[in-house]
Design a binder for this molecule. Structure first.
Ligand SMILES: Nc1ncnc2c1ncn2[C@@H]1O[C@H](COP(=O)(O)OP(=O)(O)OP(=O)(O)O)[C@@H](O)[C@H]1O
Length: 279
């Protein structure tokens, strides 16, 4: 057990938002908290991150000095530093050794394609790029627990893919990850446990059957045509080919659309159950 929530209630101005929530988070687990708008997902994440107190209930952390990385839904916008200055500054404050800082900050700026903005203030970047700075800030310290509130919002598909890869790497290194998202299949393969918040109550989704996945390999097709299709779990580019992963039940529909777009289908294969993999 890394964190345990016991009977957490949260009330704002007599409005009950979270009711009697109990949850155990294990080491190296990736947990998704899903639910409609305004159901209390962000409130729950803020409570676990220690940014807000519950009205009643208890949170027990495995150790008192747990390193938590938290990326809010909206990262503060008014930062008058360049991304690198800001990340160096916050890493220094959190006591990170310079040798690690000097390697991991330029590395992550590059992975998220932010090096090109190194002569601009964070406040002048786009929403997605500001979000990336927030994500980097939370992950450079290799947290025990990483909390991401809607990390996909505002990120383009390349950055989303990069984030997915980073999440897999962090898990391998021992990080536990808690996140929320809307309408995306991107995380489907890496999520260990999904919970839903509804009317303030948290329930575990136990009956999600992991469906077989098909890989569709296509040529002569622009990624922008397909990246908005909800049925696509993930997209990879390999030279001039696109590798599309879809649930088996959606593959005929997607193949039909690809042919209409004059894409050339190279192969269609059923890949094994969509568990954590080493692609
Ligand atoms: N500081 C606050 N003061 C008063 N009410 C609040 C506060 N923070 C959240 N709320 C209320 O609590 C409820 C849950 O909000 P929260 O942001 O946690 O929901 P959410 O599930 O994250 O929503 P979304 O998906 O739209 O981000 C909302 O009705 C919101 O108005």
């Amino acid at each position: 057990m890394l964190v345990e929530l016991k009977d957490i209630d949260k009330t704002y101005d007599r409005k009950s938002v979270l009711k009697n929530i109990s949850l155990t988070i294990d080491t190296q687990e990736i947990i998704a908290i899903l639910g409609g708008n305004g159901v209390g997902k962000s409130t729950l994440l803020r409570i676990i991150a220690g940014m807000e107190r519950p009205s009643s209930g208890k949170i027990i952390f495995r150790n008192k000095k747990m390193n938590i990385g938290y990326v809010p839904e909206r990262f503060p916008k008014n930062i008058r530093f360049t991304p690198e200055e800001y990340l160096n500054y916050t890493a220094k404050i959190s006591g990170m050794p310079e040798s690690i800082m000097n390697k991991s900050i330029p590395d992550l700026l590059k992975r998220f394609k932010l090096e090109q903005f190194n002569n601009q203030w964070v406040m002048n970047l786009s929403k997605g790029n500001i979000q990336k700075v927030g994500i980097i800030q939370a992950i450079i310290k290799r947290p025990d627990l990483l909390i991401l509130d809607e990390p996909l919002s505002g990120l383009d598909s390349l950055a989303q893919q990069e984030l997915l890869e980073i999440i897999k790497e962090l898990k391998k290194e021992g990080t536990t990850i808690l996140l929320t998202y809307h309408e995306s299949n991107l995380f489907h393969k890496v999520i260990d446990t999904t919970y839903r918040v509804e009317n303030g109550v948290l329930t575990k989704e136990t009956d999600i059957v992991k469906e077989p996945i098909k890989l569709l390999e296509v040529e002569y097709l622009n990624e922008s045509h397909v990246e908005k299709w909800d049925e696509i779990i993930s997209i990879e580019r390999k030279k001039d080919k696109l590798l599309l992963y879809v649930q088996a039940k959606d593959s005929d529909k997607i193949l039909y659309r690809l042919l209409q777009l004059q894409g050339s289908i190279i192969r269609v294969v059923t890949v094994e159950a969509p568990e954590e993999d080493n692609r």
